[in-house]
Design a protein around this ligand. Sequence first.
Ligand code: MRU
Length: 320
Amino acid sequence: MKTMKWKNNKLILIDQTKLPDELSYFTCENYKDVIVAIKTMVVRGAPAIGVAAAFGMVLGDLAGENLDQVAEEIKTSRPTAVNLFWAVDRVLESENPLEEALTMYEEDIETNLAIGKNGAEIISDGDTILTHCNAGALACVDYGTALGVIRSAYNEKKDIDVICDETRPLGQGARLSVWEMQQENIPVKLIPDVAAGYLMQKEEVDKVVIGADRVAKDGIVNKIGSLMIALAAKRFNVLFYVAAPLSTFDHDISIYDTEIEERGSEEVTRYGGSRICPERTEVRNPAFDIVPKDLITGIITEKGIIDPEKFDEFFEKLKE
Ligand code: MRU
């Protein structure tokens, strides 16, 4: 399953706001459509946002727009996932935007397969793995990062069970991750976000594997709820892994300097179309959590698994 396709000079996206009830598509004919798709979460997940943004640049280029301006506009669509900025700059610096975007598309799949292969090594037969939000095929071009690790372990015939957090307020775990697991008959159970601590306390979770929107020098940023899971995992000695491509790394900054997106109040005040609190309720809706590196067991990348305490060493090696 591919989250997006480039066809006849248009970007066709799976409309993730309609899943799991309906598998339908959203066509971007110009770069402004791509901005709408990213803002409204038709396409979401750090790597998918990055590649979609790259094709947004291509659409701008084909329409003869000023690419510096298009880049600035696309960069305002969502603030937290570093891939968006990385992808737009990469296309901006390239000689052939379409070729570059198509290369990024292919690279994303290759990268996720490598993350999956590396990550499968830490999954043992009999493991129950808890994941949060959707770091699956839908969050990338295909295969996924955290769910890619789970897919690889399952394809290696390991006997595993998956637990997906619902991921309030938008339900990416319930709507998207459960759907992805079911497509491949990977055993999966859905839990309310608030049940994760209880299950870890009862020793019903062996490992947590989640994705990241940004990996910085002192930790990671990922979907809201990730911090509480990491804290509970530390308390109950559950291994806590993050799966992310190097395109999500922003080694020079601190997690505390990352802009955390605040989304609209209606995502919190309404559920399944109905209001769940009194009218005029004031809301906070931060979309991402900051997880310091002392809560992380390892970061699974396409180049291997990194001990967060040895970040600097890892980056030095990459430069060699
Ligand atoms: O708000 P979303 O759905 O874009 O948030 C997505 C996540 O937090 C994912 O875990 C992250 O982007 C990694 S996706 C491989």
